[in-house]
Design a protein around this ligand. Structure first.
Ligand code: MN
Ligand code: MN
Length: 338
């Protein structure tokens, strides 16, 4: 349930309105990295996140704050666009907003393109979504920073400073949520990747360019187990494509990345199912009471938590997570970071 309170999250004051700057600000209203995109991305991720109620709460806290940011930046834009209604010259400079939109704010970006749900990154895989959110906050921060560089109006700068700062707050919270999943940083999904080829850094751009660019070296070639592989074009062996064995059995394919599943899906079909922990909160609230509380349904087969957990290598520790009743499956395995 949403409830509107007639109070802005930050009081907006504009000294001298500037229609051109109002147009630039629309990038944070109806643009790809704007507040509506952030609000919808986190909120819809949260609505989908029914098997991690702690992080669901995080997503809905921040998604809702972004909606409040939309209201703040919308108020700021409306004040800057005010001359559109009073001044013929200003109206002629932006007929879309004046003639079609009446001179108010519209759900478009700084070049007048309509907002689209295509801006949203929602995979339904919680750790992957959190990475998308970390990137989204970083982009929002840099856009606010650039906007601040194009205004001298103190009230406007204050508002943008508030909004820019909150993006870093969110960046911290999403980063902590990702870290607290205790997944190995390169463990995405469940299927194991192929050894050998996964560590080959392919030197695919070689030779000297006109702008002084040449074949360079850096830690991206040798960190995390990586090593350079030269192309056949340069007399090298190329990638070890022979190592790929797509018909390896599901046990072989599933072994390496058998860390705790961080999915938001309610019923997960994987080769290596993780038991979904009990959700006492969900039962109390009744809303998610349809969730399995003894295990996850895997196709036709119902897998009990204990049998599914036995023999699994575990990425995380066996500590309780997040202070809730959720517990990771037995921490018998090693925690490899490379
Ligand atoms: Mn925001
Ligand atoms: Mn944010």
């Amino acid at each position: 349930m949403y409830h509107h309170i007639k109070k802005l999250m930050y009081t907006v004051k504009v000294g001298t309105p500037n229609v051109g700057f109002g147009n630039m600000l629309l990038e944070q209203f109806g643009g790809a990295n704007g507040e509506l995109a952030a609000a919808m991305q986190y909120t819809i991720q949260g609505w989908n996140c029914v098997d991690d109620l702690a992080r669901r709460d995080l997503l809905l806290d921040i998604g809702t704050e972004e909606l409040s940011h939309l209201e703040v930046v919308g108020a700021l834009i409306r004040m800057h666009l005010k001359p559109l209604k009073e001044n013929r010259e200003a109206a002629e400079a932006d007929p879309l907003l004046r003639i079609a939109g009446g001179g108010g704010i519209a759900l478009v970006n700084s070049t007048g393109n309509a907002w689209t749900g295509d801006y949203l990154k929602i995979t339904g895989e919680l750790d992957v979504d959190l990475r998308s959110n970390i990137a989204a906050e970083s982009r929002a921060k840099i856009v606010y920073e650039r906007l601040i560089n194009y205004t001298d109006d103190p009230g406007t700068i204050d508002t943008l400073q508030f909004l820019m700062t909150r993006e870093i707050t969110h960046l911290k919270a999403f980063s902590a949520a990702l870290e607290s999943l205790e997944k190995s940083p390169f463990s995405i999904g469940r299927l194991a990747v192929t050894p050998t080829i996964v560590d080959e850094y392919f030197n695919a751009s070689t030779g000297d360019g006109d702008e002084g660019d040449t074949d360079m070296h850096g830690p991206w070639q040798t960190s995390f187990g990586l090593h350079p592989a030269e192309s056949q074009m340069n007399g090298g062996k190329g990638l070890s494509i022979g190592a790929i064995d797509g018909i390896a059995g599901p046990e072989d394919r599933g072994k390496q990345d058998s860390g705790q599943k961080a999915t938001t899906a309610t019923s997960v079909k994987t080769v290596d199912p993780k038991p979904i922990p009990k959700h006492e909160d969900a039962k109390q609230q009744g809303r998610q009471a349809t969730l399995a509380d003894e295990g996850v349904s895997n196709g036709n087969q119902r897998v009990a938590p204990k049998s599914a957990a036995s023999g699994l290598k575990q990425n995380g520790s066996s500590e309780k997570q997040n202070g809730s009743s959720e517990k990771t499956t037995a921490g018998t395995g090693s925690h490899k970071r490379s």
